[in-house]
Structure formats: C-alpha cells, structure tokens
Design a binder for this molecule. Structure first.
Ligand SMILES: Nc1nc2c(c(=O)[nH]1)N[C@H]1C(S)=C(S)[C@@H](COP(=O)(O)OP(=O)(O)OC[C@H]3O[C@@H](n4cnc5c(=O)[nH]c(N)nc54)[C@H](O)[C@@H]3O)O[C@H]1N2
Ligand SMILES: Nc1nc2c(c(=O)[nH]1)N[C@H]1C(S)=C(S)[C@@H](COP(=O)(O)OP(=O)(O)OC[C@H]3O[C@@H](n4cnc5c(=O)[nH]c(N)nc54)[C@H](O)[C@@H]3O)O[C@H]1N2
Ligand SMILES: [Mo]
Length: 793
C-alpha cells in the first residue's frame, strides 16, 4: 500500500498558528503546541461501473475521509503501457461515497412499492426477513420462482461471478446451495448481436482496435467509443490512436463525438434502417462484379443458389434477394435504400466506391444499431459487407462485429453450479412475473427446458437499476411491481436511493468500490490492468457487502458451513485470486497490493475469424454447417415453428425488415407520433449511475436532441421545456436544438432517473417512452425503437 506524507507543515507554520491561539485563556502551556496534522493516505480503487473500462482511481484520505481523487499516473508513453486515466465520472467518486442520497442503514418498506417510504430496521431483522421469505417462497412455488435481476452497477456483478469479489455472486452461491434459481441469457447490452452472431457465425469474433491502424478505410455503424469507452482505459484511446490516419465514415442518426476527428465524416441515417443501406452496398458490390464469388462459395452457405441447403426454397439465397430475383421482386438498389435510410443516392454510391476500392476495409458496429426491434437483422446485414468483398480474417480487416479487447483478465467465481437449467431472456422478467408459468421455448425463447414452471415471486437485485429505470415501459413495469401479490418479495442491495431501490421490500446499503478490499480483474484496454483495491475510508454509515448478507442468510437457512467453507471475506479474496492466477505471469496478492496497479504482459491482438479463414477444415465454425450461414436453416425452422406476434418475422437470410415503430410504421405515425426517438448512452452517466452526482449533472446537460427543422416546425427553441409522448408515456425535459441529429429523429440520453408526477415523468427517463415488446429472434430489448411526438410544455 502506498503511503505518502503530502502535508508536512513546517515548524514555522505551526508556530504562526499558535500565536493566534495563544491569546486564548484555554492555552495554559508556555510551549507552543503544534496542531497535529495527520498523514494523507493513498489507496487504489477501481471505478467498476459498466462503461467497461474499470479505470484505476487513487483515493486520497486524511483521518478516514476522502480529500481528493486522482487516477493512474504510472505507465509510460508506449501504447501497451499507456495510463488508464479515469474520466470525469471516476474522478467524481468522492461525490458517490458521500452522496446525499447514499443508503446508510438497512430498511423495510412501509407504504406502496415505488413510493419510496421506508423505515430503518436492524441488520438482524433484515437477515431474518430475507431468510423467511426465501424459504417460504421456495417451499411454496419452487426454485424457478426465484430470480436474480440483470444488474451491472458493479460491472458483471451478475450472480454467476465476475471480475470482483465484492459482488452479487455471493447471492448466486447461496441460492445454488438452496436448490438454484431461474437463469438468464442475453444482456441488455448486446442481446441482438449475440443471437445474430451465434446463428450466423457461431461466434462474434472480431479484430482488435489495432487492426484499424493497418486498414485503409474504416466504416462504422453506430460505433461511438469516444463517448461509451471514454477514458484512458477504454476504446477512446485506441480509437483515437488507430483511426488518426485512416479515412473513417461514421454511420449514425446522430453526429456522435466519434465522428468529430479530422479523418472522420458523419453519414446520417434513419434509426433501424442500416440493413437497407447494407443491402444497397451489397447491390453495388455484386452488380459491379466486385463480389468475391470464390471466397463466398468456400466459406458461406446460401450466398447464392449454388450453396443453398437442400431444404431451402428456390431464390431464397442472398444474391437473388439483393438483385430482385426473390419473390418480392424488388432489387435492393441505391434508389430503394435511399428512400428508406434518408441518405442520398449519390452518397450511397460514393460510399460503395470507397468500400470497393479499399484494400483492407475495417467494418464495425457499436451496439446502438442492434438495440432495435430489427436489431438481429441489422447485425447480420452489416457482417455481409466484408464477406461479400472476401476481406475477412486478413490484416487490417474486421468481421463487422465490435472490436475485441482483452477486458477481463480472469473470472473470479465462487458460485458453484445452479441446479436449475431453465433460463429466460433477461428482458422478459416482467413477463415472468405475470405469466411465467405459460412461458415456453417457442413463444418466449426459454432455454434449458421447454417451459418455465413458475411465476417469479422472489427477486434479488444487487447493484442494478433495471427493476424500473433501465427496463422498458416504466408505466407498465410500475403497475406490475406495485401488485405485491404477483412478485411477493423484492430485495434491493445498492448504494443510493435509486428509482429501483424504491420498489424494494427490504433495502440494504452496500459499500462503494472505494470502501472495500477487492481485486479489479477487468479493464477496457487491449493491454489489460489489474488493480488491488484497498481502503482507508471510515465509512460514516452501516453498509455491508453481499458476502456478509448472503452468509448471514445462509446461517439462518442451515447452509452456512457449505457457504463459507470456513473462510472470511478477505480469505476468499486471497484464495480466489491465488486460484485464478495459478500458473500465470501475475504478482502475488501481497505484491499486487504493494504496487496497486499491474499491467498485463503481452497484450493479445487478434484478427477476427483468422483461424477459420486460414483453414476452414481444421477450424470450422460452430454453426451446423461449420460455415458462415448466410442462409440459416435453423432460422428457417424457427420461422416455421415459433409462435410469433403479428408483424414479427424471422428471415433465413440477412435482410432489412420494417418493424413496429420503425421509420415505415405509417399507422403509428398517423396516430400522432411522427418522430423516431433513440436514447444514446451519454458521457454524463453510465446508464443511470452518476445521475444524482451533482458534478456530472453540471458537466453534461440532460436534454432531448432535436434537429432545428423539427424544432422550428413545433415552435421549440433551444432550452425550452418540452413534452415527449409515445404510446406508453410522457416525459418532460429541456430541448437541445442541434444540427448534430438528423431531421425526423430525436435522442433522449438514456439513464436519467424516473420522477413520475401526475403521470408525467419529470425526471426524463427515456424508458417511460420505450416498449416491453421483445425482438422476434433473441427476445431482446428494442429500446432505441420508438415513435414519439414532441411539443412545447
Ligand atoms: N432506453 C434504454 N434503456 C437501456 C439502455 C438503452 O440504451 N436505452 N441500455 C441498457 C443497457 S446496455 C444496460 S447494460 C442496462 C444497465 O442497467 P443497470 O445494470 O441497471 O445499470 P445502472 O443504471 O448503471 O445501475 C447500476 C446500479 O448499481 C448501483 N451501484 C453502483 N455502485 C454500486 C456498488 O458498489 N454496490 C451496489 N450494491 N450497487 C451499486 C447504482 O446505484 C445503480 O442503481 O440498461 C439498459 N437500459
Ligand atoms: N458514457 C457511457 N459509456 C457507456 C455507457 C453509458 O451509459 N455511458 N454504457 C455502457 C454499456 S453497458 C454499453 S452496452 C455500451 C453501449 O454502447 P452502444 O450501445 O454502442 O451505445 P448507444 O449510445 O446505445 O449507441 C451507439 C451509437 O449508436 C447510435 N444509434 C442508435 N440507433 C442507431 C441505428 O439504428 N443505426 C445507427 N447506425 N446508429 C444508431 C447512437 O446515436 C449512438 O451514437 O456503452 C458502455 N459505455
Ligand atoms: Mo450495456
């Protein structure tokens, strides 16, 4: 541990302060007393919120109180050793520890769920209540009625394990000893991408950022590392280093910070229509003779008729679809795409010129384009571009997926095995509260068994705000949670009084990252950083970590010995670190604590799908055919057998589909909701984290982005208060009128805290406007697909 005496007051200074004090009667000594100045102490922590970077932060305390927060000041100028410097959020950490709305003591709900009325209780009463309810609910409804909420407040603090020890995994360990709980699959982050990737490629393999630097043309879709990886430990650094000499086109409805560099240009596109743009680019590539037919025949199934599986209908291949030979008879040419995307024909043609001319095109996407009702299709369509050109698996190229990083150094998991196999798509937990017993594989994407056997009755929410704020449709979700005969017990363990915390039956205060001993085995860099988290803060409240909570509940339910195996928290920390690093080139726990930060050696740099491209026989993909399934028989079977609501479609090939509340949904537009609304991730927060942090609110304004044309048509000026209304709810916020968003589109930065007053959300939470309807294929959150109207308040 690093200790420094920063403030050494000189004897003279001490004497000066005594002169003023000596006049007072209380001073009865003739020798001047030097006021004691305590040492400053420096400890390392990590900001483990879910931007993914986990920046090391340096916490400086005096007498147990934080005086200031600094960041990584080690490392050198080389790329591999560059400093993992925290952004403004990490550096505002003092405001998190001492937040006015910090949870300080355990509490129980008095009044209705969501109202936020609580009464202080003892830790003993809290443990007893949790244990009693857990036992009662498992005995009455079975283990599948227990659920652990999707939660990323301490990144990957999921119940299955993570990159830290003080995390929700202890809840998972306890529940596993009690017979298990319903699992979850997908994430709110990248569910559509993961489903599309696994069906088409059996993987989402991609190249490292470093390959961008070797490319001669970069094409990105909704990829915004400048804001979503905003730190020295994140992709911001890599993106700025590796794109500085390469022409980069950024396709996004919004001119994000990632489009602002000298080499970068912004191409505005209507939300949800990227697949149509990709189809037109495919049309140009194929009709100009630039498609690599030999490559496509060798590595793909169903690009053209020659490689269609026997079960497929005639002209159901990708090429026929693009050229207008499929039953719809529509060539997917530049004119077709221009009408859908809002990009001029000339610009699409120019983009095709550049893509075709490139030797080493690097095509990539962020996660915004897939967080839509048509998300899986967008992902598949983007990955077609490098395949068509035959430029995959080679230096300077990428597969179309998001660049890979060596984020997690290792996984620290004490959870054991969950005896329950059933898994729900994580977005469908509200459905599981009202309709769990009827949820099936064919209708709701249940995995692990054919159906779920119980409605959710017990939810454990550790470090998450998706009980309401980060889930969709806050109005409907509130109704579902209000009824405590449905979900009978909600446990929330958090650090602040968030909107989700207000739905707790028992609400527990946790330590922050700066207040516990831990290991941060995650980092957003290619090089990777380990941080030994230690603390010298005297927390002025009474928080407890998840280990202690789960251990106390285990004690009450007779599984304590199996739970802790005789180890304390600190012993588990050292044990899990030693077990995870055994045989690797890592410092011991003591060495890591001594040095604070450890940069991993030999950063791994990869080229997406390289081994498959180098030798597809030895390294086949894990798809049924071992090849890239441009035409997927599995998806055709899903389309034939799954129960889908009207309007949902599962196409066997990548293609643009128009969806509910997409650009082409005339019906909803005619009901009075003409504007497409997305909700980008803002650098002022990570989701809802840091929302109540006054420094961050001052630094980054919360307002809905609107184009001047849309604003003018509605008599709205810069800074006006406006109402945004969707079919689900109404939000009141300020307007930021800016040409950085295209006409017909608005964006309300996601994560602001819900504050419902008389049916209007004055907090500005975008999820008051979003829908609970999942995507067709992965059953994922379509939170950027919304039609709204905006008017002066
Ligand atoms: N409309 C819309 N909604 C979205 C998205 C979107 O793009 N649009 N994005 C989605 C995505 S990608 C994600 S990942 C989810 C994220 O949703 P969440 O996983 O809910 O993430 P946060 O909103 O950051 O909430 C983190 C919670 O952890 C708490 N916390 C912070 N530090 C600690 C700690 O040390 N201990 C404990 N116990 N608690 C702590 C915070 O107070 C907060 O309540 O949101 C999703 N929701
Ligand atoms: N500062 C900050 N950083 C974060 C987070 C945060 O909340 N704040 N969240 C973290 C998490 S958990 C995640 S999952 C990632 C999320 O990262 P992303 O999901 O990539 O972030 P988004 O802002 O949803 O989308 C990225 C971009 O896509 C654009 N976009 C939206 N719809 C479309 C579309 O249909 N087509 C195209 N071409 N572009 C579109 C948006 O305008 C935005 O600029 O970021 C992580 N980093
Ligand atoms: Mo996410």
């Amino acid at each position: 541990m690093e200790r420094r005496n920063f403030l050494k007051l000189s004897a003279t200074a001490g004497a000066v302060s005594c002169i003023t004090a000596c006049g007072s009667k209380s001073s009865n000594s003739s020798t001047p007393t030097v006021p004691e100045v305590s040492e400053e102490q420096v400890n390392w922590a990590a900001c483990t919120c879910n931007c993914g970077a986990s920046c090391p932060i340096k916490i400086v305390t005096q007498d147990g109180t934080i005086t200031r927060v600094e960041t990584d000041d080690m490392g050198d100028d080389s790329w591999a050793e560059h400093q993992s410097r925290a952004c403004a959020r990490g550096r505002s950490f003092k405001r998190k520890v001492y937040a006015a709305d910090r949870l300080k003591v355990p509490m129980k709900r008095v009044g209705k769920r969501g109202e936020g009325n609580f009464e202080e209780i003892s830790w003993e009463e809290a443990y007893d209540t949790i244990a009693d309810n857990l036992k009662r609910i498992i005995d009455t409804y079975g283990n599948e009625s227990v659920y652990c909420q999707y939660a990323t407040g301490r990144l990957y603090s999921f119940f299955s394990g993570g990159h830290w020890i003080n995390a929700g995994q202890w809840g998972g360990r306890l529940l596993n000893l009690l017979g298990g709980y319903t699992r979850q699959h997908n994430t709110y982050s990248s569910g559509q991408l993961a489903n599309a990737g696994s069906l088409m490629f059996g993987t989402t393999s991609s190249s490292s950022y470093a390959e961008m630097g070797k490319s001669d043309f970069i094409l990105t879709f909704g990829f915004n590392p400048a804001e979503m990886r905003a730190s020295g430990a994140g992709g911001t650094y890599d993106y700025s280093v590796f794109t500085q000499n390469v022409e980069t086109v950024v396709v996004d409805p919004r001119c994000s910070d990632s489009a602002l560099g000298d080499q970068h240009s912004w191409m505005a596109i209507r939300p949800g229509t990227d697949a149509a743009l990709c189809e037109a680019l495919a049309h140009e590539i194929i009709s100009r003779g630039a498609a690599d037919d030999a490559f496509l025949a060798k590595y793909c199934v169903g690009y053209d008729q020659s490689t269609l599986p026997d079960s497929a209908a005639e002209f159901s291949d990708f090429k026929s679809h693009i050229l207008g030979l499929a039953p719809d008879d529509v060539p997917k040419d530049v004119a077709y795409a221009s009408a859908i995307t809002g990009i001029s024909e000339a610009k699409i043609t120019e983009l095709a010129d550049k893509l075709i001319a490139a030797d080493k095109p690097f095509v990539t996407q962020g996660l915004g384009p897939q967080r839509h009702a048509c998300g899986e299709q967008t992902v598949r369509a983007i990955t077609m571009l490098p395949l068509l050109l035959g430029k995959v698996g080679k230096e300077g190229t990428n597969t179309g997926f998001m660049p890979s990083t060596n984020t997690g150094a290792f996984w620290l998991s004490p959870t054991g095995t969950n005896p329950v196999e059933t898994s729900i798509p994580c977005f469908l937990w509200t459905e599981a509260i009202i309709n769990g017993e009827n949820m099936t594989a064919e209708e709701h994407g249940i995995r692990g068994s054919d159906k779920l056997s119980a409605n959710f009755k017990f939810i454990w929410n550790y470090a998450g705000n998706a009980m309401i704020n980060q889930h969709s449709d806050t109005v409907e979700t509130d109704k579902i949670l209000q009824d405590d005969t449905l979900c009978e017990f909600i446990l929330v363990h958090d650090v602040q009084m968030t909107p989700s915390a207000k739905y707790a039956d028992i609400l527990l205060p946790d330590f922050t990252d700066a207040e516990v001993n831990d290991i941060s085995a995650n980092s957003g860099t290619d090089s990777g950083v380990l941080t030994a988290m230690t603390t010298s803060i005297d927390t002025p409240f009474d928080p407890k970590g998840c280990f202690e909570v789960a251990n106390e509940v285990a004690k009450r339910l007779g599984v304590e010995a199996a739970f802790n195996e005789g180890r304390t928290y600190q012993e588990w920390l050292e044990y899990l670190y030693a077990a995870s690093t055994a045989g690797g080139d890592y410092p011991t726990y003591e060495e890591l604590v001594e040095q604070g930060i450890y940069r991993l050696k030999n950063p791994v740099q990869v080229i997406g799908l390289k081994s498959f491209i180098d030798d597809p026989d030895i390294n086949p993909l894990s798809t049924p055919s071992g090849k890239v399934e441009v035409y997927s028989e599995t998806m055709q079977t899903m389309a034939d057998t799954w129960i889908l609501p009207d309007g949902d479609e599962i196409p066997a090939i990548p293609k643009y589909i128009s969806t509910w509340e997409g650009y082409e949904d005339k019906e909803t537009k005619e009901k009075g909701y003409p504007i497409q609304l997305i909700g980008h991730h803002t650098k002022g927060r990570v989701h809802s984290s840091f929302h109540s942090n006054d420094w961050m609110r001052e630094a980054v304004e919360d307002a809905v982005w609107m184009n001047p044309k849309d604003a003018q048509e509605r008599g709205i000026s810069q800074g006006d208060t406006v109402l945004i209304e969707s079919l689900r709810g109404t939000v009141k916020v300020r307007a930021r009128v800016t040409p950085r968003i295209m006409p017909g589109v608005a964006s309300l930065p996601q994560g602001a805290w819900l504050d419902m007053k008389d049916g209007i959300d004055e907090g500005g939470c975008v999820n008051t406007l979003t829908s609970l309807r999942p995507t067709a294929i992965g059953k994922c959150n379509p939170q950027h697909t919304n039609l709204v109207e905006i008017s002066l308040s």
